[in-house]
Design a binder for this molecule. Structure first.
Ligand SMILES: NC(=O)c1ccc[n+]([C@@H]2O[C@H](COP(=O)([O-])OP(=O)(O)OC[C@H]3O[C@@H](n4cnc5c(N)ncnc54)[C@H](OP(=O)(O)O)[C@@H]3O)[C@@H](O)[C@H]2O)c1
Length: 406
């Protein structure tokens, strides 16, 4: 078959393309900026944007089937705001369905997600729910697949969890009780391949999960256990997480917002696992722990928490040392090295809006006068917080200009 994968250069798309090619299909991957080097040999690439119907149309010519894998990650606030979910997931699906109908490409597989609902709590969930309705109402031979969270090489499940947590002791909203049923990307890709090629799946909506249900705390513990590190999870009150993400979401450039808080309130598990529709049982599927213990990504993608990354620690050391150098040596080099730290101290710590006010608050709470020890502790904590933010910014810029994900 000739198969067009919309969003075929993404995490799931790359693995699906590889399996389709293995089974002898002729595959074209469409994305806004397709990178052929990330794809299996033999996969054609074409540039197109699902929000722009004119850029889509040519790619549908002569295809037998389409799989819509275009995505904006629900884990982060998209560039352009949460409304982008409606533009890309809903508007993009409308354009893809219209193009398929117009070009006589009858077979259409829509990759949706567990819990999608037109009346759901987040933009992502609502947009995906409305997109499903567009597919169901079409004249196409459709199949809708709703996986739980997907793990595997190049995915963001492990790296995102690492980003949110620290080894040994970590805080998680509500103690990390949200439940997931992670499915391995290769298992999912195999079932999607069946969906495309086998007409018996037409008109079906499948909920697919992996072999086990894990809470977010279990996921974090499993990741650090595979590193040989224990993890104790401390509950962060949900109200605090709500305030943090709501306030953070209003700061331009902050990567998360209220939707990420809301999504933590809903489990991501199947009611009945439809892997049986593909002749599989849960016992046949790869578990998250097996993957971490044996998987290749795990060894290359052991992303450290932001708090313990070398870049964070190096920046912190730089701020702390450069602050002491001028008084130790007074050399022009020491003074030049101190300039960025000085500016940071003036504008982030000592300014009227600065974090030194927290120290003043602590002093009056403790009923003590001005304490230079508390001043320096506050200063060091400020340097550390700035090092974390700068490392995060550096990472965000790198992932915006370079290849996405691990
Ligand atoms: N990964 C998971 O854990 C998970 C869980 C449940 C459901 N899903 C669903 O599975 C599907 C695939 O997810 P994924 O993780 O593979 O996503 P992904 O890695 O983020 O890939 C998204 C793909 O969409 C393309 N894309 C984004 N915006 C586009 C646009 N406007 N026009 C054309 N292409 C566009 C991207 O390439 P460019 O950026 O170059 O355009 C990329 O090829 C999605 O429907 C997602 O909702 C994923």
């Amino acid at each position: 078959m000739r198969i067009l994968l919309l969003g075929g250069t993404g995490f799931v798309g790359r693995r699906l393309a590889a399996q389709l090619v293995d089974r002898g299909h002729d595959v074209t991957a469409l994305a806004r900026s397709p990178d052929a080097t990330a794809l299996t040999d033999g996969v054609r690439t074409v540039a197109g944007d699902v929000t722009d119907p004119d850029s889509l149309a040519p790619a549908f010519d002569g295809q037998d089937a389409v799989v819509n894998l275009v995505a904006l990650s629900p884990l982060f606030e998209p560039d352009g705001g949460s409304e982008m979910h409606e533009r890309v997931h809903l508007g993009g699906t409308e354009n893809a369905v219209a193009a398929a109908e117009c070009h006589g490409v009858d077979r259409f597989v829509q990759l949706s997600a567990l819990g999608t609902d037109p009346d759901g709590a987040t933009h992502y969930i609502r947009a995906k729910g409305n997109a499903e309705a567009v597919v169901r109402d079409s004249a196409l031979d459709w199949t809708i697949v709703r996986p739980s969270v997907v793990f595997g090489d190049g995915g963001e499940f492990v790296s995102f969890t690492r980003l949110l947590t620290t080894p040994y002791v970590t805080g998680l909203p509500g103690g990390g009780k949200t439940r997931f049923q992670p499915i391995w990307v290769e298992d999912l890709a195999g079932m999607l391949t069946d969906c495309v090629a086998d007409a018996s799946h037409v008109g079906e909506t499948y909920e697919l999960g992996g072999p086990e249900v894990l809470t977010l705390a279990d996921v974090a513990r499993t990741i650090y256990r595979a590193d040989g590190k224990p993890l104790r999870v401390l509950p962060v009150p949900m109200t605090l997480a709500k305030i943090g993400l709501t306030v953070g979401g209003s700061v331009p450039g902050f990567p998360m917002g209220p939707d990420q808080y809301r999504s933590l309130k809903f489990d991501n598990t199947v009611t009945a696992n439809d892997v049986t529709a593909f002749g599989r049982t849960e016992a046949d599927l790869r578990s998250f722990e097996e993957y971490l213990d044996e998987g290749s990504e795990h060894h290359s993608d052991r992303r450290r928490s932001l708090l313990t990354r070398p870049a964070t620690l190096a920046l912190f050391a730089y701020f702390a040392l450069s602050a002491s150098l001028p008084s130790l040596t007074g050399s022009p080099l020491a003074i030049a090295l101190y300039v960025p730290t000085y500016l940071l101290t003036m504008f982030v710590y000592d300014a009227p809006w600065g974090l030194e006010n927290v120290v003043y608050g602590a002093e009056s709470l403790l009923g003590i006068g001005h304490s230079s020890a508390l001043y320096y502790v506050g200063l060091l904590m400020t340097y550390f917080a700035c090092a974390v933010v700068l490392t995060w910014l550096g990472r965000s810029v790198r992932s915006a200009v370079g290849p996405r994900r691990g």
